[in-house]
Ligand binder design. Structure first.
Ligand SMILES: [Ca+2]
Ligand SMILES: [Ca+2]
Ligand SMILES: [Ca+2]
Length: 247
């Protein structure tokens, strides 16, 4: 009876252990809580004349090929993009990528320029990861400034702190993009405000998170390690009891 119980118990342990090596585990404490959530806008320059720019921060733990990303501008409450900028080049982990109007005078050299129309305060801005240029339903919204399809008047925000005639810098506490472009937008929640034509923040960004590459293999290795030991121990004990029964 005791041996039967032992065999049943060991079988259960083995099955659980084997499942543990296959199924992803949810850690008791969130291991990745302090890591950055990929790419997001880190600076928005709505300057005078053509002084328009956007800065994108790479919070991934690896360099990102930007040929799979687009910036879209939705002008004056439109729900259809009026200017789409296909990004090119790459951005290193923890670094930023600056895109600007081709006529902007910023006191620095942007990584990419664009000759199309730019925003003037009441236009939504979207960062998109493009999986299929011909099928937008499979593309991912990464980050949105403003509310797509809604005309806010002249700007989002208050009379003193808003998206028109200001430079907006993402707060260091923000670790991921706002991927919902349909909800109400309050820039004060995630952005700090600077005077018009403030350009000295372009080219770098500080976020209170660590860019970390999250891969399936790292999750599996994390989950499998303790269970693999238990599985081996269970199999060894089971074999020992079977050998003793045969004697
Ligand atoms: Ca506008
Ligand atoms: Ca939003
Ligand atoms: Ca910056």
């Amino acid at each position: 009876m005791f041996r039967k119980l032992c065999i049943i118990l060991i079988s259960v342990v083995c099955i659980c252990a084997m499942l543990g090596t296959v199924l992803p585990q949810i850690p008791a404490t969130p291991v990745y809580a302090q890591n950055c959530g990929g790419l997001f806008f880190s600076e928005y320059v709505e300057g005078s004349s053509n002084n328009k720019a956007l800065e994108i921060f790479n919070g991934y733990g690896v360099a990102v090929d930007l040929s799979h990303y687009e910036i879209r501008f939705y002008f004056n409450g439109s729900s259809t993009a009026g200017n789409t900028i296909s990004l090119s080049g790459s951005v290193a982990s923890g670094d930023v990528f600056v895109v600007a109007d081709n006529d902007a005078v910023l006191g620095m050299t942007p990584d990419q320029t664009d000759t199309g129309s730019w925003f003037n305060g009441d236009d939504a801005v979207e960062l998109v990861q493009v999986l299929d240029k011909n099928n937008n339903s499979v593309n991912w919204t990464i980050d949105v400034i403003g509310q797509i399809g809604t005309d806010p008047g002249s700007y989002w925000g208050t009379a003193s702190d808003n998206t028109a005639n200001h430079t907006l810098r993402r707060k260091a506490s923000v670790t991921t993009g706002d991927n919902d472009g349909s909800d109400a937008f309050d820039p004060a929640l995630e952005w700090d405000f600077f005077a018009q034509d403030t350009f000295d923040g372009l080219g770098s960004h500080t976020a209170s998170c660590t860019p970390t590459a999250i891969t399936l293999s790292s999750l599996t290795a994390h989950a499998a390690a303790p269970w693999a030991g238990i599985a081996l121990a269970g199999l060894f004990l089971g074999a020992l009891i079977l050998v003793r029964r045969k004697r």
